[in-house]
Each structure stands twice: as structure tokens, then as C-alpha cells.
Design a protein around this ligand. Structure first.
Ligand code: ADP
Length: 181
């Protein structure tokens, strides 16, 4: 949204001069940036669905791939990022960033006003609720937006994909075509 203030005009009356006052306030751009934080180890069709459905709601969706030193990932950060970039290479509103540390700190750094998360089941809800409430306590103006999973993808998780992959199963049903380790 752009808010623009411009010209005011004062006429000089009988003296016949005219001065124009230009009130130049900065153009205020309030871009709605949502950060979608996660491990994406690897990205699944469930993630893709959440991201695509979030697109009409925001000006930008930044997929924030976490690097947590205490967490063990199956796929490297570079690999996880590459797969996401390839998946959304045609979509200008989507970008991929990486981060460590607190998600709220990174959201502030990125000027994001929204955190995007997906909900699959009551366990997700309880877990996400606590995190969202803690985040709101720390950064009140950062709003967490939840999208309910598409029923088609509700059973999909990155951990199922990893398990199938480790046992040489066909994981292609659960991930976008770009994910081919
Ligand atoms: P994290 O380690 O933060 O849980 P994930 O990559 O597992 O990272 O998940 C990131 C987000 O995507 C979470 O909000 C999670 O609930 C959501 N998500 C994961 N799988 C699905 C799915 N199948 N449908 C909808 N949302 C999902």
C-alpha cells in the first residue's frame, strides 16, 4: 500500500502572485512480508501447498530455512535451500533465506510482520500454540498466521519422507519433483 501526500496551493490574492507549497512526506510502503520458518528436511507437498495458499495473502513470502546446531538434519542446508529455490523458481513473490537463532529476531531483521505456519493435527496445534504465544510475548507486533493443511497432504511430514528415503522406498509421492537426492 502506498500513502502519498502532495501539493498544497496558496494564492497571493490581489498581489497576483502564487506560491506552491509542496509537502513532501516520504512514500510509506507497507509491504506485507511473511516468514515461513522451518527445517524443510526436505520440503514436502504439504509445505508447498501452505506456501501457495499463502501467496494471495501477502506481498512476499520468505521461506526461512533453519540451521539449529543442536538439531540433526538428513540433508545439508545447501541441498534443502536448492530444492526450495528450484520448486519456486517461477514465483517472484517467494524467496529463500537461511537463519540460526531465534525466529523472532530473524523476523525483525527481515522486517517481516507475519510468521506463517501450517497445522496438520491437534499435536501441531498444541505445539504451535505455545510457540506462537511465547513469540507474541517477545514481539507483540509479529503476528503468527496458521493455515490448516489440505486434507490430501495432512499425513505428510518431512520425517516420513526421510524414513522412506533411508529405506530406499519411493518417496516421490510426498515431495515436489525437484526433490531428487
Ligand atoms: P519445523 O522443524 O519447524 O517443524 P518443518 O519443516 O517440519 O519444520 O515444518 C515447517 C512448518 O510446516 C510447520 O508449521 C509445520 O506444521 C508445517 N507443515 C509440515 N508438513 C505439513 C503438511 N503436510 N501440511 C501442512 N503443514 C505442514
Amino acid at each position: 500500500m502506498l500513502i502519498k501526500y502532495d501539493v498544497g496551493c496558496i494564492s497571493g490574492g490581489s498581489y497576483g502572485f502564487k506560491s506552491v507549497i509542496i509537502v513532501s512526506l516520504p512514500l510509506i510502503s507497507m509491504s506485507r512480508v511473511a516468514l515461513f520458518p522451518g527445517s524443510f528436511d526436505p520440503i514436502t507437498l504439504g509445505h508447498v501447498d501452505i506456501i501457495q495458499r499463502a501467496l494471495p495473502l501477502f506481498d512476499e513470502v520468505r521461506i526461512a530455512v533453519g540451521t539449529n546446531s543442536t538439531k540433526k538434519y538428513l540433508f545439508s542446508l545447501e541441498q534443502r535451500v536448492n530444492w526450495i529455490e528450484q520448486t519456486f523458481s517461477h514465483e517472484a513473490k517467494i524467496s529463500v533465506v537461511t537463519y540460526g537463532g531465534l525466529t523472532v529476531d530473524f523476523a525483525k531483521e527481515q522486517n517481516a510482520s507475519f510468521l506463517l505456519r501450517g497445522l496438520r493435527n491437534p499435536a501441531d496445534f498444541e505445539f504451535e500454540k505455545a510457540i506462537a504465544q511465547a513469540n507474541r510475548e517477545m514481539v507483540p507486533n509479529l503476528e503468527t498466521v496458521f493455515l490448516l493443511t489440505n486434507a490430501r497432504y495432512a499425513y505428510i511430514s518431512s520425517s516420513i519422507v526421510r524414513d522412506v528415503y533411508k529405506h530406499n522406498g519411493d518417496f516421490s509421492h510426498f515431495v515436489p519433483d525437484t526433490v531428487r537426492p
